[in-house]
Design a protein around this ligand. Structure first.
Ligand SMILES: [Zn+2]
Length: 134
């Protein structure tokens, strides 16, 4: 199975996990993963460690994409609108954008709990997606 992006997520036994990084010096967590330096300007650490982010969060905002994104994105033909959600992860509070699987904008509300899952992009590779919390 091909991942759309290497090193940003993993499909593990208990489900899909986003791979962020955490600074061992100040505890700052970030996603996408950042390996070279801490994003906190007050911290000089250059030793970020991989950190598996919580699999659940609450909808912070959402929309649908009724027009295909520009290339290099490969859109389905004919194009099918997708639902997108920005989800604030439990515990760490980071907001992560993703395509929503199995829910339309009419079914989403701010504050609704979603859980990480995965699904294929139109051209095949797998990416993380947000789905209904089990
Ligand atoms: Zn730091």
């Amino acid at each position: 199975m091909t991942y759309a992006i290497d090193g940003w997520f993993a499909i593990e036994e208990e489900g899909v996990r986003l791979l962020g990084t955490r600074c061992p010096a100040c505890g700052t967590v970030c996603f996408p993963p950042r390996h070279d330096s801490c994003p906190d300007p007050r911290c000089t650490s250059t030793d970020m460690e991989v950190f598996r982010l919580p699999r659940r969060g609450r909808v912070w905002s959402y929309t649908n994409a009724c027009y295909p994104p520009p290339a290099p994105y490969v859109a389905a033909q004919p194009y099918e609108p997708v639902t997108l959600a920005a989800v604030e992860l439990d515990e760490v509070g980071i907001v992560v954008l993703g395509q929503v699987k199995g829910l339309t904008v009419d079914e989403l509300t701010v504050g609704m709990e979603l859980e990480l899952t995965s699904g294929p992009l139109a051209d095949g590779p797998l990416v993380w997606m947000w789905g209904r919390a089990s």
